[in-house]
Design a protein around this ligand. Structure first.
Ligand code: NAD
Length: 313
């Protein structure tokens, strides 16, 4: 019997990709981590730097690779693409990053049929949707990191306010990972207690704004965000590789749930080694249901504009 060690391929070894590789290496999630980047010097430098820390981890190896090497990975994490500049929205990255995605998926046409593809490149919901169309894999094996990072920011803000740990706060930001993503207050509990009624409308708006502008605030100060998303990507990858069936808010195709189809956006999903096991359907009240529809509409418009631009040449 052929033994195949667990492999994680990271496509895009920039700030997000290398930070994820570092976190995954420390958590010993795979026997081998393969970094793939068109910037060869960057790729080599990151591989050398990470390899020099292997001694302190249980990861077998870190090496560079070609795009086609990702065809044989257990999890492929796509972080290639332009990041946001100060003042730029995620959707404004669509033109550039959709071309980069196509150049990547062209090389992944022989992908192993049990590989899970996890996307972080922005605008993550649309890039995930395009990857679904371009890769020959079951739809449940292609996911975007979606609002998991926004949900983590939400939980941290509430933890500070209620003087507890983010681990004791549950609740989701849903919809777009971007300007229309919204804090779903109906889903929030702290230590098992619903807290929506304990927070006034003004505070709710302030928390929503803090989540929405978190990335811009960080980018303004240090040019990019990467540690937070790296930890979230590591959590998602661990959930997959250890087949944990955890419920996480990730970018998926709702396939008609909530009346939404033909786009990807974040909903809570049960996740395991086979990918999305099920979408965890919520009984969302108004105005959350309308907010979800608005996110879907904005994403559909952006996707349609891409089609219009491509067909115009
Ligand atoms: P970066 O510029 O540091 O790294 C991007 C890397 O992609 C570069 O090294 C570049 O050479 C590489 N690349 C470009 N085209 C490629 C190709 N065809 N094949 C392989 N590699 C290629 O940017 P970053 O800060 O790491 O951000 C990467 C992406 O992640 C951006 O789109 C950013 O907006 C996104 N991001 C997403 C989240 C999230 O929550 N989903 C959070 C932060 C950043």
């Amino acid at each position: 019997m052929e033994i195949t060690p667990t492999k994680i391929a990271v496509i895009g070894a920039g700030m997000v990709g290398s930070s994820f590789a570092f976190a995954a290496m420390l958590k010993s999630l795979a026997a081998e981590i393969i970094l793939i980047d068109i910037d060869q010097a960057r790729e080599e430098g990151e591989v050398m730097d990470l390899s020099h820390g292997l001694l302190g981890t249980d990861t077998g190896g870190v090496r560079r690779g070609e795009l086609t090497d990702a065809n044989n990975a257990d999890v492929v994490v796509i972080t290639a693409g332009a990041p946001q500049n100060p003042g730029q929205s995620r959707i404004e990255l669509l033109q550039t990053n959709s071309k980069i995605l196509q150049s990547i998926t062209n090389e992944l046409q022989n992908i192993r049929q049990d590989t899970i593809v996890l996307i972080a490149s922005n605008p993550v919901d649309i890039i995930t949707h395009l990857a679904r169309q371009q890769l020959k894999l079951p739809q449940e094996q292609i996911i975007g990191s979606g609002t998991y990072l926004d949900s983590s920011r939400f939980r941290s803000l509430l933890a500070t306010r209620f003087q507890t740990s983010p681990k004791s706060v549950h609740g989701y930001v849903l919809g777009e990972h971007g300007d229309t993503g919204f804090a779903a207050w109906s889903t929030v509990t702290i230590g098992g207690k619903p807290v929506s009624e304990l927070v006034g409308e003004e505070d709710k708006n302030n928390i929503q704004n803090d989540i929405r502008h978190a990335a811009a605030e960080i980018i303004q100060r240090k040019k990019a965000t990467y540690y937070g998303i790296a930890v979230m990507l590591t959590e998602i990858t661990e959930t997959i590789l250890r087949d944990q069936h955890a419920i996480l808010p990730l970018s998926v195709g709702p396939n008609g749930m909530y009346g939404i189809s033909d786009i990807s956006l974040s909903l809570p999903v049960a996740l395991g080694r086979k990918g999305i096991e099920k979408i965890w359907e919520l009984n969302l009240p108004e105005p959350e249901m309308s907010a979800l529809q608005s996110s879907a509409n904005v994403l559909k418009e952006a996707l349609a504009s891409l089609g219009a631009i491509s067909s115009d040449g």
